[in-house]
Write a protein that binds this ligand. Structure first.
Ligand code: NAD
Length: 502
């Protein structure tokens, strides 16, 4: 483990407040411990930001913005190109640290770093494509167009379960858009953030920069939401925290970009390829131990195939190798905290009280460690309250439908609206699922599962998921301000709408 920490410039005690290569900011706050969810042992400690350190950091990010906003966007792209190159070099160790600190299996940890690399590549291209529209003016010899400008120093608050990728979705785009940023990672994964900051520092130093990428570990989230110096808060996390952040940011008329919880379902039709569906469901529900925002939590299966599908799933679940996420062959690691284990237990009790029938799993695995659980499937008689909640654990509820209309009603009958999928070989059913009266989610897939999105599309969801979009497509617009410009090239001053004012 020490060799891994050395490779990533981490020590037993690390500063968690930084705005550049030689700008690690001192703080009097008590260190927080980062522990390995597999063993419960401490990996290392991080000193979080106190109020003064936080203020220094925001001031640094604001000062950096004064210069960074005027650097041509393609030149900003060169900085991100170098960040992507460095991430390629550190893919394995950083991926391993993600696995060590969050308990996701190595392949998923490394995959998360690959996602950072992908978004850097995307952002480099984007740095030459921050296009605005031109419009035809109604007035002679007038030209109208819109341009996009950087918005300022922004806040990025991230969840524990994607401790590096979510930062990069925001950071790579925001940087090419000309923003500087303050990152507050989850207290459950501060080491990943410090390791990334070291890499960002190297890139900034190579370009003679500081303050573009800054880090504030600790409980500064509420302060950021209140801070008028941060015009945009990009928040990724649970619905209750996100709701609070959104209300606080709205109270100061700031902008928030929300990526909150999901309660993702897969519809499995009687016309589905059950082989494909089974594989997608197992990856979606068991992968990352059910701790993805896009994890599959509900199966809505046609009454004629539900028994067959359930039997296949139970069989597959019983072969899932649970254990140390860094060991080859492991498919499911631990949950992040003991509280998460308790929350799973409470959810199972409620589901059983609602008439849920346990098909497989349901127990903890103290033989493997205090935070290990079995992936669990319950057959539910109805979509009760607990099924409508997001429990961040590997619980899969199976519901049954007769008509597609009924299936869609169940599907959309939850407060969240992130990811969704249908398995069917019927074009008509697929089209119905994708239509305006189909899935109400931000992501809707056909014949593939709910989790594992590519960076090229806009990522996010509706309703309680918060409505934000990050990553690909035109998500960059969230990090910029739009300016509509009209230029008069004539010697007259015609007014819009033909108004005369003489
Ligand atoms: P969380 O809400 O507990 O924490 C998220 C972040 O908010 C952390 O950095 C935390 O320190 C911070 N925070 C806590 N109180 C705050 C406050 N008052 N003001 C501002 N920030 C505050 O979430 P979590 O347990 O880390 O992550 C799991 C949740 O995140 C799940 O609901 C999951 O679905 C969601 N998530 C969503 C996406 C997405 O893209 N939609 C991605 C990953 C995770």
């Amino acid at each position: 483990m020490n060799a891994l920490l050395d490779k990533l410039t981490l020590k037993a005690l690390n500063s968690g407040v930084c705005s550049g290569h030689s700008r690690w900011v001192t703080s009097t706050a008590a260190p927080i411990s980062s522990d390995n969810p597999t063993t419960g042992e401490e990996i290392a400690q991080v000193i979080p930001a106190d109020a003064a350190a936080y203020d220094t950091l925001v001031a640094d990010a604001q000062a950096a913005f004064q210069q960074w906003r005027s650097v041509p966007a393609p030149k900003r792209g060169e900085v991100i190109r170098d960040l992507g190159a460095l991430l390629r070099e550190y893919r394995e160790p950083l991926g391993e640290l993600v696995s060590l600190e969050t308990g996701k299996i190595r392949a998923e940890g490394v995959g998360e770093v690959q996602e950072m690399i992908d978004i850097c590549d995307f952002a480099v291209g984007l740095s030459r494509q921050l296009y605005g529209l031109t419009m035809h003016s109604e007035r002679p010899a007038h030209r109208m167009y819109e341009q996009w400008h950087p918005i300022g120093a922004i806040g990025i608050i991230t969840a524990f379960n994607f401790p590096v990728a979510v930062w990069s979705w925001n950071a790579a785009l925001a940087a090419v858009c000309g923003d500087t940023m303050v990152w507050k990672p989850s207290e459950l994964a501060p080491l990943c953030a410090v390791a990334v900051q070291h890499l960002a520092n190297r890139v900034m130093a190579d370009h003679g920069l500081s303050g573009v990428f800054t880090l504030a570990v600790g409980t500064v989230g509420q302060r950021m939401a209140e801070d008028v110096r941060l015009p945009l808060i990009s928040f990724t996390g649970s619905i209750p925290t996100g709701r609070r952040v959104a209300q606080t940011v709205a109270g100061r008329l700031g902008r928030s970009l929300l990526e909150l919880g999901g309660n993702n379902a897969i519809l499995v039709s009687d016309k589905a390829d059950l082989d494909l569906a089974t594989r997608a469901i197992v990856f979606g529900a068991v992968g990352t131990a059910g701790q993805r925002c896009t994890s599959t939590r509900r199966i809505i299966a046609h009454e004629t195939i539900v028994d067959e599908l359930a039997a296949r799933l139970v069989n597959a679940y019983q072969q899932v190798r649970i254990g140390d996420p860094l060991q080859p062959g492991t498919l499911m690691g631990p949950l992040i905290t003991l509280r998460a284990v308790e929350a799973m237990g409470h959810a199972l009790e409620r589901a059983v009280a609602d008439g849920g029938k346990l098909l497989t799993g349901g127990k903890t695995r103290p033989d493997l460690g205090a935070r290990f659980v079995e992936p669990t499937i319950l057959r539910m008689p109805a979509q009760s309250e607990i099924v409508r909640e997001e429990t961040f654990a590997p619980i899969l509820y199976i519901l049954t439908y007769r008509t597609l209309e009924e299936a869609l009603e169940l599907h959309n009958g939850v407060p969240q609206g992130l990811s969704s999928a249908i398995f069917t070989d019927s074009l008509r059913e697929a089209e119905q699922f994708l239509s305006a009266s189909g899935s109400d989610c931000g992501i809707a897939n056909v014949n593939l599962g709910t989790s594992g999105a590519e960076i090229g599309g806009a990522f996010g969801g509706e309703k309680d998921t918060g409505g934000g979009r990050e990553s690909g497509s035109d998500a960059w617009k969230a990090y910029m301000r739009r300016q509509t410009t009209t230029i008069n090239g004539s010697r007259d001053l015609p007014l819009a709408q033909g108004i005369t004012f003489e």
